[in-house]
Design a protein around this ligand. Structure first.
Ligand code: PLP
Length: 389
């Protein structure tokens, strides 16, 4: 059976160019990048080349890039590192209630440590309001952490406007750029951020390598303790092959950003139109906001998203649902609930995230499978027969 992958926001395949760049570092260049001898120096060269490649994508100086194990660690380093550096006064953080758990759960931990957190609501497109942001500021606000693009809706937050508020108030500004990096421009100076998190496996790098941009001169409290790697900001022997892959992925992303962005936007828009025209009672979430090119979140009324996901998988289409299994129960996504969907609407939502290999043939196959599967599942649904009667 031909298989089609529409879950690029979960992870992407490693690009062939990335694998080629990594292989020598898995096979031959095995030195520790901190070692002084030639083996170590070769590994160091790979790491520093990657730092320049990531810096070029972000439009920053290479020394402002701190390599981490991925997006979660980069988010934790920014959030804990900034807030825990303040010891002598009350601490307050502003974030949103649609952040990834890497930020939300870090904030919850800070609450347990005595910090106050404001979780901003979002509108039906998943956008925070800058007025809410201004109103939430307090003299003791230490950090604003608002994601760049949301992983489920794809909506892009107004970072430049938030940045103005942060600068005026003298507050540090972190953005989780894990779902925007490699998809839309992410030049940190234009975004106006102090910290930017990214993760290689979301843009055709390998899993286990990411980075945090830290604006020059900013203080970060240590989150992990160990050696003095990464200019004393992140201890631990560098994952040299992963970092080299991240660098290669960044270079590729920079090269293809515009053309690939236009191609995927056209594919995504056509997919949405086809679905809306050919399947009744469905809705695209977040359609009124600017979105990253590859993501669409679609609600199929009267269908259980999990059942839809499984039926699509059996027809070769891999997608993601608006619900996640937590402690044995299927819970609707916090993002969709925050955007105003009911529990049932959230549970009948699927996320389709396209990527570099996706073609029109793939999306046509998806639409065909969706038409069949949705009508089959609705035929079995008592709620649908009632509403159709
Ligand atoms: N932030 C966002 C918005 C994400 O989508 C993800 C992963 O899904 C992460 C952070 C975590 O990244 P990683 O898997 O590299 O830890």
């Amino acid at each position: 059976m031909q298989r089609y992958y529409f879950d690029h926001n979960a992870t992407t395949p490693v690009a062939p160019e990335v694998l080629d760049a990594m292989l020598p570092y898995l096979r031959d260049v095995y030195g520790n990048a901190s070692s002084i001898h030639n083996f170590g120096q070769q590994a160091r060269l790979g790491v520093e080349t990657a730092r320049r490649q990531v810096a070029s994508l972000l439009g920053c100086a290479p020394k402002d890039v701190v390599f981490t194990s991925g997006g979660t660690e980069a988010d934790n380093l920014a959030v804990f590192g900034t807030v825990r550096a303040i010891h002598d006064r009350e601490r307050h953080v502003i974030t949103s209630n649609i952040e990834h758990p890497a930020v939300l759960n870090a904030c919850e931990q800070l609450e347990r440590e005595g910090a106050a957190i404001t979780y901003l609501p979002v509108d039906s497109d998943g956008l925070v309001s800058v007025d809410d942001m201004s109103a939430a500021l307090r003299p003791e606000t230490a950090l604003i952490s608002i994601m760049h693009a949301n992983n489920e809706l794809g909506t892009i937050q107004p970072l430049a406007e938030i940045s103005k508020i942060a600068v005026e108030a003298g507050v540090r500004f972190h953005t989780d750029g894990v779902q925007s990096c490699g998809k839309i421009p992410t030049r940190v100076k234009e975004l106006g951020v102090d910290f930017f998190s990214l993760s290689g496996h979301k843009f055709y790098g390998a899993k286990g390598a990411g980075a945090l941009y830290v604006r020059k001169g900013l203080q970060l409290e240590k989150v992990q303790y160990g050696g003095h790697h990464e200019r004393d900001r992140r201890p631990g022997t560098e994952n040299v092959p992963g970092i080299v892959g991240l660098g290669a992925a960044a270079e590729l992303a920079e090269k293809h950003l515009v053309v690939e962005g236009e191609r995927i936007t056209a594919l995504r828009d056509r997919l949405e139109l086809d679905v809306l025209e050919r399947i009744d009672e469905c809705r695209v979430n977040g359609r009124g906001a600017p979105r990253v090119p590859n993501t669409t979140s679609i609600q199929f009324d009267h269908v259980e998203g999990e059942a839809l996901l499984i039926a699509l998988d059996l027809r070769g289409c891999a997608v993601s649902s608006g619900a996640a299994c937590s402690s044995g129960a299927v819970e609707p996504s916090h993002v969709l609930i925050a955007a105003g969907l009911s529990r049932d609407q959230a549970k009948s939502t699927l996320r389709f995230s396209l990527g570099r290999q996706t073609t029109g043939e793939h999306t046509d196959a998806l639409v065909k499978a969706l038409i069949e599967v949705v009508s089959h599942l609705r035929a079995l649904s008592p709620a649908y027969s009632k509403s159709a009667a």
